[in-house]
Design a binder for this molecule. Structure first.
Ligand code: CA
Length: 418
């Protein structure tokens, strides 16, 4: 696929993240009510205003004057395609509608971006082969790095929707119960090993019925789009609490997502297969067609007042399990999925040292501090800003996600002070 040209000139630059091919879905406000918009070049198209004026019409009435995309998602894949087609027509080079659309372009630089959807529930997986092997090696040794179930099942845990925040939200270093190798007894302290996890998030746009599992193909149809996702993780809390039921407080501080949902249609040209299976999967997990995407990812770390260092570069195509496989597996129990469910992919690490999607791996458990501008890091220091970026490279255009960023602010002096 090549660049779709728009009369919004900035959208035609080959490296701009928001060309007409992208049209990602966000929620924005100026000094007024948050509402639905799509990014196009350096602007946001105010979809709520266009719907109100009747320039855009969707079946089911007004879906875009609300501060979330859930109503559009609920309307189903035919409406998703309809909306994209209408907006593409309005913004295409030579469009006869330019005069009525142009007043509803808002400069992106002046807008506030909000969480793009109401997160109904949040599940996080552990589906990156390199990440699972690296972490397993550190925690249990290379012999037992991958748990015996890992090549057969997408491992996950149920997270908290309430902890999901939009890019730019500061993240306070948490306190928690820890017990290090030198501690005779557990203690309650600010996390000293606070970390990121570079992930993609799949946004579920269609529900499933309680009691009825879905196939991988059906699961793919249910997904509305994808965001960047940083699953902040307190490694010292995790190490003490994680057996036998998995992470709990270590992962509950915050999960940051990028402000734009990139719809599946925009990613279609970048579809790619999961890696070769090391063990055959049970039929219900087998993919009828490619279900991953070729998305180049990077992580930047910026100390307070300093320059950014890119500390990792990897690709979403490294995942062993795709989001449709994870979603299909999620429903095997009969668990119902809802509009607005968010699925974290699991940390995306590549095979090389500079492709590791967490500081835990980059510093090998703190044993090998790595260089950043003005010093070194093993784990995140106070006032560091961590930024995730992702992009797909098409023929003369780029599909970007917008940044997924968060600054880690110091722990409370005393979390129980009243
Ligand atoms: Ca995670």
């Amino acid at each position: 696929m090549s660049l779709l040209r728009s009369w919004v000139e900035s959208a035609n630059a080959p490296d701009h993240p928001f060309p007409l091919n992208n049209l990602p879905c966000g929620v924005f406000s100026l000094e007024d009510e948050p509402r639905c918009g799509m990014a196009i070049g350096d602007f946001i198209l105010d979809l709520a205003a266009l719907e109100e004026e009747g320039v855009i019409a969707l079946p089911g009435g007004s879906l875009l004057d609300v501060p979330f995309w859930n109503e559009v998602m609920e309307a189903g894949p035919a409406v998703w395609a309809d909306l994209r087609a209408q907006v593409t027509g309005l913004l295409a080079e030579g469009s006869a509608s330019r005069a009525e659309v142009e007043p509803h372009l808002v400069p992106r630089a002046g807008a506030t971006l909000h969480l793009p959807f109401l997160v109904s529930e949040y599940t996080d997986f552990y589906a990156g082969r390199n990440h699972a092997f690296n972490v397993g090696t550190m925690f249990r040794g290379a012999e037992n790095a991958l748990p015996p179930n890992w090549l057969h099942i997408p491992i996950g845990y149920n997270g908290r929707a309430s902890s999901v925040v939009v890019s730019g939200t500061p993240v306070r270093r948490p306190w928690g119960q820890v017990k290090g190798p030198d501690d005779a007894v557990p203690r309650f302290a600010p996390s000293a090993r606070f970390d990121i996890e570079l992930e993609m998030g799949a946004v579920v746009g269609q529900p499933s019925t309680h009691g009825q599992p879905v196939t991988v193909a059906e699961a793919d149809e249910m997904i509305f789009g994808y965001v960047l996702l940083n699953d902040w993780s307190a490694r010292d809390i995790q190490a003490w609490e994680y057996q036998p039921l998995g992470p709990f407080q270590a992962k509950a501080t915050a999960t940051t997502i990028s402000p734009w949902i990139v719809m599946k249609a925009a990613l279609e040209p970048f579809r790619t297969s999961t890696p070769a299976r090391e063990k055959p999967l049970l039929p219900y997990l087998q993919e009828p067609r490619p279900m991953l995407y070729d998305i180049a990812l990077e992580v930047g770390l910026t100390p307070e007042g300093g320059a950014e260092t890119v500390i990792a570069r990897t690709n979403y195509a490294e995942m062993y399990y795709s989001a449709p496989q994870q979603l299909a597996h999620h429903t095997t129990s009969g668990c119902a999925m809802n509009v607005g469910d968010l699925l974290g992919s699991g940390t995306i690490s590549g095979p090389t040292k500079d492709a590791r999607g967490s500081l835990l791996e980059l510093s090998w458990g703190g044993k090998e501090p790595f260089p950043v501008a003005g010093g070194t890091r093993s784990f995140i220091q106070d006032n560091d800003t961590l930024t995730l970026r992702g992009q797909c490279k098409g023929d003369g255009y780029t599909i970007g996600f917008g940044e997924c960023t968060g600054k880690v602010i110091p722990a409370l002096a005393d979390p129980y002070a009243r």
